[in-house]
Design a protein around this ligand. Structure first.
Ligand code: SF4
Length: 395
């Protein structure tokens, strides 16, 4: 893919010296400080950030753009917590509006994918007392008994903190039990914004930022891998975003257990923060780029296309993103209920063509980034021109 390189930035004598100095650090592979990160959020243009983030992305991965074939099991959309940004949960008092799957119902969902080329089941949902340590360990065991090679990526520290506390066991013992039951990796959700003054307002009562980080740390110490998210574009400021990224980078220095950073855009439908405007596409792209530049010890940055839309997801591939996530079927409702794509299903062919349309190489991966197939030159039976998406020049 041809996008402007960082040379034009380094040569631009009209650019303030501190912006050129930060660009030089990126080109030299030097780490950005929190002050640099904040300065980028406050001052850097979209073009500047895109050129640098794309330089880093291509230095790490070339044009390779990863995706995996997964499906979601969402045990319930009823939740004890009352996060103000959440469009998904049906409060306890409106419990009858929600769903609460039994173990058999969840296993039936898993069995619907028998014979289909999926490699991962992603399990995450609301928090309710019946979904406890014995329930989840049994669920993981039964999934593994049914389909041993299916990678179980399940639950966030929000659920783990709650169920371990209820079982009166330590995080260490709890995560060990989950690993023994078949947990393969942890998704990145529940991180929101770590800073207490924001977290208390949008996600009060659930695990703190410190507890979220500690549970990931323990999982990494057990040899597990996980992802990390940041929910942005609500009441936080740039300082909170840098604080969040700094904490992720520091833990990654310690454990090396994170695989992928996934920025999550706040969507404002059907929740208590509906009065807030959503971030613009420009801000979304700037945020991807700064994540790529700041998290120099993370291998991957992922865009979740059902949340930002397909076109922005394509654009993000020129702003530091090297991985596109999305279900192959309509199995998640977390973002459709918040204003994202209503039926987030995309065939492998669609996803591959979406990636190719912006000049990148689509690579199917497993959860741990083992390469399954390079789709760069794969021809599909339909062999029809892909309509609706065209390569966009990025300035
Ligand atoms: S964001 Fe998660 S923890 Fe918070 S209310 Fe929604 S489902 Fe519950």
């Amino acid at each position: 893919m041809v996008t402007p390189g960082p040379e034009s930035i380094l040569r631009d004598t009209k650019l303030p010296r501190h912006l050129r100095a930060a660009a030089q650090k990126v080109v030299d592979g030097e780490r950005l400080t929190p002050a640099d990160g904040l300065m980028l959020y406050e001052e850097a243009s979209l073009g500047y950030l895109g050129a640098l983030a794309n330089h880093v992305r291509e230095r790490m991965h070339g044009d390779r753009t990863f995706f995996n074939r997964n499906f979601h099991v969402e045990p319930t959309n009823v939740c004890l917590y009352t996060c103000t940004f959440c469009s998904y949960s049906r409060r306890m008092k409106k419990r009858e509006d929600g769903w609460e799957y039994t173990m058999d119902e969840m296993l039936d969902i898993v069995k619907q994918y028998d014979g289909k080329p999926v490699t991962e089941v992603h399990i995450v949902g609301g928090v309710l007392p019946q979904y406890d340590v014995p329930f989840y360990t049994e669920l993981f065991r039964q999934i593994k008994a049914h389909r041993p090679e299916l990678h179980i990526k399940a639950l966030t520290p929000v659920e783990y903190h709650y169920i371990f506390k209820k079982a009166k066991i330590s995080y260490e013992d709890g995560m060990r039990l989950m690993k023994e039951a078949g947990l393969d990796s942890m998704p990145g959700g529940g991180a929101e914004i770590f800073a207490d003054e924001i977290r208390d307002q949008i996600a009060g009562g659930k695990c703190s930022g410190e507890q979220w980080l500690r549970i990931h740390e323990i999982w990494h110490e057990l040899g597990g891998r996980s992802n990390a998210t940041m929910l942005y574009g609500h009441i936080e400021n740039y300082g909170h975003r840098i604080d969040h990224l700094e904490k992720l980078r520091a833990l990654q220095d310690k454990t090396g257990g994170f695989q992928t950073y996934i920025p999550l855009k706040f969507r404002n439908e059907n929740n208590e923060l509906s009065h807030l405007p959503e971030s613009t596409v420009i801000e979304d792209l700037r945020n991807y780029a700064i994540g790529r530049l700041y998290l120099d010890n993370f291998d991957h940055v992922k865009a979740y296309w059902p949340m930002i839309g397909r076109t922005t997801a394509q654009l993000s591939l020129a702003f530091g993103v090297d991985d596109l996530d999305g279900t192959i079927d309509d199995t998640t409702r977390i973002y459709s209920m918040a204003g994202g794509e209503q039926h987030p299903a995309m065939s492998t062919e669609d996803l591959v063509k979406m990636i190719r349309a912006v000049g990148r190489q689509p690579i199917e991966r497993d959860t741990l980034y083992g390469i399954i197939e390079d789709f760069t030159d794969v021809e599909f039976a339909s062999d029809k021109e892909y309509r609706g998406y065209t390569a966009l020049p990025v300035v």
